[in-house]
Ligand binder design. Structure first.
Ligand SMILES: NC(=O)c1ccc[n+]([C@@H]2O[C@H](COP(=O)([O-])OP(=O)(O)OC[C@H]3O[C@@H](n4cnc5c(N)ncnc54)[C@H](O)[C@@H]3O)[C@@H](O)[C@H]2O)c1
Length: 326
């Protein structure tokens, strides 16, 4: 099987590539070639990998990638929410034009690959019920959500015509995000866990009763593997899937941290209300029914403690530095 991953140097992309190489295949299919593409050159040490650097939305870029004749395209490249809101042109160019170019290039090449498209729960806009049912109409209130929703519509239409065989995953917030803190408004959901675990301070800018839905990076990769290998017939014309996640309050996150890493870790969280962050967070959905996603075989963690323990296993080698005196 030949696989193309766009946005392969990003957080989810790196995790996916590690997993594909560790599993030495996708389900029963051995990997013949893994083409990785990003604006930053993806790093992967394997003779199966071709690492390519460039802007997916540049003229001819998608065509050059499709020339590798992938059987599976995992399309993760994207300008994330804050940036797409700040930079209108860039968001539409990468998130919309880049996606359309990729699908069009596949059409012109007559490939009919499986396409796994990284959509987002931000395709939904408020006012929300406490739990969003599977048939809630997606009406985004951000440019990012709008671009991703149009991408979903394209995946539906190109799939209906048999040009590709697509599945769009409406990812929840992926937590605990490894690496350095980033500027995303949702960054604190990860920051208040990731930093204290290694003995560093973290800021909590919102009240503790904020509820949000999350899944681990490991679960995100499992969603992609499921979407890549599933029978798509049960999807019918609705190729977008809301996978399950854990709806959890900030207070519950902190309790899980206390249980796993102790009081010293919790003491490193400083509550410093930030009205700007709070204003954004109040527009976000809290919880999803995700029954269809479960029925289609998508699985996530069932508690925040489980998400936290996945981070400790996958990023900290099973150690909890703050509990060891960090
Ligand atoms: N992480 C989450 O919580 C989350 C939630 C919902 C949806 N998503 C979506 O999943 C995908 C992957 O998320 P992530 O967390 O790994 O994000 P990320 O920002 O870590 O990775 C995205 C990658 O896309 C690359 N990219 C941006 N513009 C590009 C271009 N013009 N050409 C080629 N590559 C380009 C970036 O360099 C980056 O490496 C994104 O599309 C994102 O919108 C993520």
């Amino acid at each position: 099987m030949r696989i193309l991953v766009t946005g392969a140097a990003g957080m989810i992309g790196q995790k996916l590539v590690q997993r594909l190489l560790a599993d030495d295949g996708l389900g029963v299919h051995p990997i013949e070639g893994l083409v990785l593409h990003d604006v930053v050159r993806p790093q992967a040490d394997s003779p199966l990998v071709t690492a390519l650097e460039g802007d997916l939305s540049a003229e001819g870029a998608a065509e050059a990638l499709i020339a590798h004749r992938p059987d599976l395209i995992v399309h993760l490249a994207g300008v994330v929410s804050g940036e797409a809101e700040r930079n209108f042109d860039l968001g539409y160019k990468v998130n919309l034009d880049g996606t359309r170019e990729l699908l069009e290039a596949a059409r012109r090449a007559g490939l009919a690959p499986r396409v796994v498209y990284a959509s987002t729960e931000a395709v939904f806009g408020g006012p929300f019920p406490d739990v969003i049912p599977d048939d809630f109409a997606p009406q985004p209130l951000t440019s990012y959500g709008t671009q991703k929703l149009i991408g979903e519509a394209l995946v539906n239409d190109y799939s209906r015509r048999g040009v590709v065989d697509g599945v769009s995953i409406r990812f929840p917030t992926i937590c605990v995000r490894p690496g350095k803190p980033n500027a995303a408004a949702s960054g604190f959901f990860s920051g208040i866990i990731r930093e204290p675990l290694v003995g560093l301070p973290a800021v909590l800018p919102v009240p503790r009763d904020v509820v949000h839905t999350m899944a681990s990076p490991r679960a995100a990769v499992n969603f992609i593997l499921r979407a890549a290998t599933m029978d798509t017939a049960p999807l019918g014309g609705r190729r977008a899937v809301t996978p399950p996640g854990v709806a959890v309050s900030v207070a519950e996150e902190i309790e899980a941290l206390r249980k796993v890493a102790g009081e010293k870790a919790v003491a490193l969280i400083e509550e410093r209300p930030d009205p700007a962050v709070w204003a954004i967070v109040q527009t976000w959905a809290k919880a999803f029914e995700a029954r269809r996603g479960r029925e289609l075989g998508f699985e996530a963690e069932s508690s925040f403690e489980e998400i936290l323990r996945v981070h400790v296993e996958d990023e900290l080698g099973g150690r909890i530095p703050v509990a060891e005196g960090a």
